[in-house]
Design a protein around this ligand. Structure first.
Ligand code: DAH
Length: 437
């Protein structure tokens, strides 16, 4: 599916957008649409839907502790370690807040996607108007970033495609797209006698192994670095023993091109598309003395396997029972998602003064609540710690999320349990309950 989509890029400067609340509205009379604070004219290409518009600005990939954020941190870490820069700063720069509203030139033309390529169809993309769409891949920014003089970068962001509806497809998902450009000296720095080695040849022809303008030795060096980088990434995410295989592929913007597949639960799963960048893209962007490799991967696809998340819709959940499962100090922590109840939560707070003799331990409270509430208790969250300015006594405030796995709880029955929690806490834990609500 990846191989039949895509293309690319523009002259506009990069607009960034970090604002969480997506400002979107349609003014029916003057055929205009406001997306992320920017006005766009609509036309008969406009097919962007309110549901998709509502996802603009959510930026899950920059939301701390979100599973997509955890995974992206792992990937970024890997690149920082793998490619240390000269002055100790990482060689790769990260671009995770580029506006997802792009031109057809960015998304397709700059990436040499043919005019009749299926990925350009109205049925495949969310168009704002004939010349503007929500990016269908993070690759849309390659050419402009290269034009800005960058040689090593990762673009991380939300991408939008009209696609089937099932547990693994959603109209919005997130990608990491990478570019690495090298000069002749950089590629052959390990070679003892580099005299005679070249990046380019003039009257070469394109073969399955290389583009006409590249030398075979330069392409093989790039291929080797690209493939070992991606195998290393797969091992970093899925463990040293992950089984990998390479499959030849076609993309309009790379040649040769491959897909990396990993064996997951006895099935081969494609995880990344990659290749040696079309030299024409580099030339048009001013990087005439370099050769490049690039790849793109989908974060949800990996995160679903890594954390055992069964449905792609869950990434959009704002339910604390989902999000809290990923609140870890170390983004490399092993996490296996546990299904949450489909029934609504009922949250009640309790706060109490702690004893001054240090005899209070939160785990005692957690056990006590579990004892009383049983499986009605979904979570207990320490919401607030407060020290009284005069007495110096400390108070803890907890939210208890009551939620049953099999039925909807009423506030009445939850209230009864919660009052009992307060009574027993006060009596048994040597604390003084202040408020319960
Ligand atoms: N943009 C492609 C996709 O969305 C993936 C891809 C393939 C990205 C090759 C690249 C690349 O940067 O070089 O499926």
């Amino acid at each position: 599916m990846w191989c039949t989509r895509y293309a690319h890029f523009c002259k506009e400067t990069l607009r960034t957008c970090r604002t969480a609340s997506s400002v979107a509205n349609v003014n029916k009379n003057i055929n205009e649409l406001v997306l992320l604070g920017q006005k766009y004219v609509t036309d008969d290409w406009t097919n962007i839907t309110p549901n998709v518009i509502s996802k603009l600005g959510r930026n899950l990939h920059v939301k701390q502790y979100h599973p997509l954020w955890l995974l992206r941190q792992r990937i970024v870490d890997y690149f920082y370690k793998q490619f240390p820069g000269k002055s100790g700063t990482p060689a790769f720069s990260i671009h995770d807040n580029i506006c997802p509203v792009v031109t057809t030139s960015q998304n397709f033309d700059s990436l040499l996607v043919p005019k009749d390529h299926p990925s350009r169809r109205k049925s495949d993309c969310y168009f704002v108007n004939q010349d503007t769409l929500l990016r269908a891949h993070a690759t849309a920014h390659q050419a402009e970033l290269i034009s800005m003089g960058l040689n090593n970068f990762l673009v991380i962001g939300d991408v939008y495609r009209r696609d089937e509806v099932d547990s693994t497809h959603y109209p919005v998902f997130h990608q990491v797209d990478a570019v690495r450009l090298c000069t002749l000296q950089e590629i052959f720095h390990d070679v003892n006698d580099p005299a005679g080695l070249k990046l380019f040849e003039h009257s070469g022809t394109e073969t399955a192994d290389k583009q006409g303008c590249h030398t075979l030795e330069a392409v093989k060096m790039m291929e080797q670095e690209l493939k070992s980088t991606l195998i290393g990434l797969a091992q970093t995410v899925f463990g040293k023993d992950v089984q990998c295989r390479w499959v030849d592929q076609y993309f309009p913007f790379t040649h040769p091109s491959w897909e990396l597949e990993i064996l997951f639960n006895d099935k081969w799963l494609e995880i990344v598309g990659c290749g040696v960048m079309r030299q024409e893209i580099l030339q048009k962007s001013g990087a005439v003395d370099r050769i490049g490799w690039a790849f793109g991967l989908g974060l949800e696809r990996l995160a679903m396997r890594l954390y055992s998340i069964p449905n792609i819709r869950l990434f959009w959940s704002e339910d604390i029972s989902f999000l809290n499962q990923f609140k870890v100090d170390d983004h490399n922590a092993h996490i296996q998602y546990k299904p949450i109840s489909i029934y609504p939560p009922c949250t009640n707070d309790i706060s109490f003064w702690l004893p001054e003799d240090g005899s209070y331990f939160p785990n005692d409270f957690y056990d006590l609540v579990r004892e009383i509430g049983g499986d009605m208790v979904d979570q207990i969250i320490l919401k607030d710690e407060y020290v009284h300015p005069q007495t110096k006594r400390m108070s803890h405030c907890y939210s208890i999320v009551y939620r049953h796995m099999e039925r909807t709880l009423t506030q009445r029955e939850v209230g009864e349990v919660h009052r009992k929690v307060a009574r027993v806490t006060d009596a048994k834990l040597n604390v003084t309950v202040r408020i319960q609500k």
